[in-house]
Design a binder for this molecule. Structure first.
Ligand SMILES: Nc1ncnc2c1ncn2[C@@H]1O[C@H](COP(=O)(O)OP(=O)(O)OP(=O)(O)O)[C@@H](O)[C@H]1O
Ligand SMILES: [Mg+2]
Ligand SMILES: [Zn+2]
Length: 506
């Protein structure tokens, strides 16, 4: 035998394609040539594969070896093909039978010592293999649980190339994915901890119910960070389709915990303001890593101390926020990662940020204006809800009155409101009020009676809000109505919505 082939999977973004790794072993000067548009990491595969094979106790064929990865048109990234390359070479020299690997996809990186090491993106890779009709995969042991999340496929694992070689020769078994430990009950921070801040709590509930972006401006210690961290606790759990997509993104970023489970709760990402643009939107060499924006897909991206983010970072968020997708241009094409998020911004009103409130501010007015102005153009404009928080008073913190509502109670109202909105907008293809285009809100079918929108028209005519702001207020008014279980917004709803939009105190 001088020719053999093995199967693997290559990823472009979240999309995977079957890759055939073929090896031809011929007489001639000892040489290993790799072809099929490999990137730098793949060239390093040459050295890894050779060392791994010899350190697994097999002899390296001192012949002319050509390895080709097909389809050639597909850019191949990363080290995931190592195992398939090693096996195809050994089979090509005739020291391994091929039959046991018919239709089996091999995924994994090789260490120089012959260990099979975990790779990023196992979940989307296995899912792609299944979609292509494959029913058996062999993966690194450390990724086996993750691979086993994909239905309709038999997952076998190996920790070393040696074990895989023994299996192929029929002299030993592969490993089963480790059993999943009992799931610990999900415990996150709860809204019951937040005292007072009625307006902040209202903003959070409206944001959750309508899918609106939210900004919270207030003095230090008012509870902005506290409130934002509790938004996921009142959002509905992910659908099966969302769960698969979110878990796949986290797999690609290499941030799934090793007891890998499907992510069922909306994710929460809070990048620091010093984070690089790549950390925010994604990037890096080889298989591009999704950034915080994509890790927050179907969940919350929280930008604490938002004005402190660099202008490049703020700018980089603009397009993805609009499209719900991050596009990263790479050699060999553009990679897209999903990024449908709820944005939550928190900020102090000014750089000096007195805890006791704005009355004690010592900043010159231009400094104050500039501070929040950094956010205005690109981001704040897209934020429906703009809430002002006041300092929490000692009286509120010490009061033994009624306990604050907990997250479960609020989540029930949110789920009901979301269901009402999804049903109403189904024909438009929208799931939440935040997604409904302005022209539909103002169109014949959904236009509100003049009596209801009077406060809004006054604000528009006085220049207090823009035409875009007009539609945003309408969206919030619908959310208020949904939370209340009513059919159509009235003028009270529109007035409250206007106040929530303008960051004024009701
Ligand atoms: N409304 C509140 N109810 C209960 N505790 C609160 C509240 N607000 C603040 N705290 C307490 O103060 C701490 C700080 O709150 P948090 O970090 O949310 O404030 P912040 O508004 O984000 O302030 P900063 O502007 O300094 O970031 C919390 O960990 C909590 O102990
Ligand atoms: Mg904070
Ligand atoms: Zn100040």
């Amino acid at each position: 035998m001088s020719y053999a082939k093995a199967l693997s999977v290559g990823l472009t973004g979240l999309t995977g394609h079957l890759v055939e790794v073929e090896a031809d072993v011929a007489a001639g000067l000892p040489l290993l040539a790799l072809s099929g548009l490999p990137d730098a990491a793949l060239h390093e595969a040459r050295d890894r594969v050779r060392a791994a094979v010899t350190n697994s106790g097999e002899s390296w064929p001192n012949r002319r070896i050509t390895v080709n990865l097909l389809p050639a048109s597909l850019p191949k990234r990363g080290s995931v093909f190592d195992v398939a390359i090693a096996v195809s070479i050994l089979a090509g020299t005739g020291v391994l039978p091929l039959a046991p690997l018919q239709g089996v996809v091999l995924l994994g990186e090789l260490g120089l010592d012959g260990t099979v090491r975990p790779v990023r993106g196992i979940l989307p890779s296995v899912a792609a293999a299944v979609r292509a009709g494959v029913r058996r995969v062999v993966v690194p042991l450390a990724c086996a649980r993750e691979a086993a999340l994909v239905p309709e496929v038999t997952v076998r694992a190996t920790d070393t190339l040696r074990r895989l070689i023994d299996f192929i020769r029929g002299c030993g078994p592969l490993l089963d994915p480790p059993a999943l430990p009992e799931a610990a009950p999900a415990t996150g921070p709860d809204l019951a901890d937040v005292v007072g801040q009625e307006l902040g709590r209202r903003g959070l509930e409206l944001a959750a119910a309508g899918g609106h972006h939210l900004s919270m401006i207030g003095p230090p210690g008012a509870g902005k960070t506290m409130l934002a961290g509790r938004l996921p606790s009142i959002l509905p759990p992910l659908s099966d389709e969302e769960a698969l997509e979110v878990t796949a993104v986290h797999s690609l970023a290499g941030v799934l915990p090793s007891d890998a489970r499907m992510i069922r709760r909306p994710p929460f990402q809070a990048p620091h303001h010093s984070a690089s643009v790549a950390a925010l939107v994604g990037g890096g060499s080889g298989l591009a890593r999704p950034g915080a924006l994509s890790l927050a897909h179907c969940g919350v991206l929280f930008m604490d101390e938002a004005p402190e983010f660099g202008s490049q970072a703020l700018e980089a968020l603009r397009q993805p926020l609009e499209d719900g997708v991050v596009a990263l241009s790479r050699t060999g094409g553009t990679i897209r990662y999903p990024a449908r998020i709820m944005l939550v911004l928190a900020a102090n009103p000014c750089p000096c940020a007195p805890a006791a409130g704005d009355a004690f501010c010592e900043c010159p007015p231009p400094v104050r204006r500039r501070y929040l102005g950094r956010l205005s153009g690109p981001l704040l404009d897209r934020v429906d809800l703009q809430v002002r928080l006041l300092p929490v008073t000692a009286a509120q913190l010490l009061r033994d009155g009624e306990a604050p509502e907990d997250s479960a109670t609020v989540a029930t109202r949110v789920a009901r409101a979301r269901a009402a909105a999804a049903e109403r907008w189904a024909a438009l293809g929208c799931r939440t009020n935040a997604e409904v285009p302005g022209r539909d809100l103002a169109g014949r079918q959904w236009r509100l009676p003049a009596g209801a929108t009077r406060p809004l028209e006054a604000a528009l005519n006085s220049g207090a809000i823009s035409a875009r702001g007009y539609h945003r207020v309408l969206r919030i008014a619908w959310t208020i109505t949904d939370l209340d279980g009513r059919d159509r917004p009235g003028s009270d709803d529109v007035s409250e919505a206007l106040a929530m939009r303008m960051g004024r105190l009701v």
